[in-house]
Design a binder for this molecule. Structure first.
Ligand SMILES: C[S@@+](CC[C@H](N)C(=O)[O-])C[C@H]1O[C@@H](n2cnc3c(N)ncnc32)[C@H](O)[C@@H]1O
Length: 308
């Protein structure tokens, strides 16, 4: 047994014990909210400004490449997590409206302001070729910074709008219309993907774009990156029971099919294949026996699509 594997198994034993205790608590009291969701609090990395800037860079890069060389005015992000830092990047760069659709409300004004201030430093330190352009952009951002801070502090903004829509799946008020939808490491967590893709089609105008980075790996549930495809439905239900949210185990083809079904054309698909620690096909659980080779091999994907 490799050192890596032994370390994983040791950690896993502790996790199973912790989870079993949570399972019992929840059986006794169904309203019990699992602490740490069974060792996975999962608000992602958006409390770090640099991470947010990189994520925003990926998705706005996709938009600029396939839609238009400008910043879309109205933007929706699904699952922003710990902070709305990626949305703050969008607003600093010129968007007017940002909508955060999540399953939980993580809103923390102090955290958002801290990330915003870190972001402004990162953007201002960027090396642009033309000094004039850099100065002009800096002035525009400084002006936006003040307006964004006002809105974050609860004041009504004239141009800037930030709305946290959580839980979006039970949202009674009409949803906003947007020009661009993006998500980072979120779609693998949404259980009702059909509903997600229909909602996305509803909020985007014709000609609007979406960009989604999806992680198909086991999220630490198994030593092998694709070991979750070997777990039976019964065991999987038990694992999920104590988590606020888990992974849906839907492969790439589900997303491709639902995008097409909801009226989108895929304009770009970048796939990554899984790493060295992987299960062989003969270990696949019954549910996944017919997984295509592409689905079996794909560990992450960036999908960019246009609403027809
Ligand atoms: C791994 S975190 C990623 C957060 C952030 N995008 C990042 O890159 O760090 C997953 C996010 O998906 C959200 N999420 C889980 N289920 C969801 C659902 N049904 N709809 C929208 N967001 C969901 C979680 O609340 C969390 O914010």
């Amino acid at each position: 047994m490799s050192f890596e594997r032994a370390r994983f198994e040791l950690f896993n034993l502790a996790r199973i014990a912790f989870r079993s205790a949570q399972y019992l608590f929840k059986k006794i009291n169904p309203n019990y909210f699992p602490i740490g969701g069974g060792l996975n609090t999962g608000g992602g990395g958006t409390n770090r400004a640099e991470y947010c800037k990189n994520v925003w860079g990926t998705h706005i890069g996709a938009f600029n490449m396939f839609a238009a060389p400008k910043i879309p005015r109205r933007i929706a992000e699904f699952g922003p997590g710990n902070s709305i830092g990626t949305g703050l990047c969008a607003l600093l760069c010129g968007a007017d409206e940002y909508y955060a659709f999540d399953a939980f409300y993580y809103g923390n004004i102090a955290e958002n302001i801290t990330v915003l201030e870190e972001l402004i430093k990162l953007y201002d330190n960027e090396n642009f070729d033309q000094i004039k352009r850099r100065e002009r952009e800096r002035e525009e951002r400084a002006d936006r910074l003040e307006k964004i801070k006002m809105v974050l502090n609860g004041e009504k903004g004239e141009t800037i709008k930030i709305d946290y829509i959580a839980t979006w799946e039970n949202y009674a008020a009409p949803l906003p219309k947007v020009d661009f939808v993006f998500s980072q490491a979120v779609l693998e967590h949404i259980d009702n993907l059909e509903n997600f893709y229909e909602t996305q089609a509803r909020i985007l105008d014709r000609g609007g774009f979406c960009s989604h980075q999806i992680d198909f790996r086991s999220h630490g549930e198994t030593f092998e990156w694709n070991g979750h495809y070997a777990i039976s439905e019964k065991k999987w239900r038990r694992i999920r029971y104590v988590r606020p949210y888990s992974i849906n185990r839907e492969p790439l083809s589900t997303h491709v099919n639902l995008l097409k079904k909801s009226g989108f054309e895929i304009v770009y698909l970048r796939k990554t294949e899984g790493g060295k620690n992987a299960i062989k096909r003969d270990r696949l659980a019954l549910k996944f026996r017919n997984l295509s080779d592409e689905d079996f091999m794909t560990s992450s994907a960036l999908i960019v699509a246009k609403k027809l």
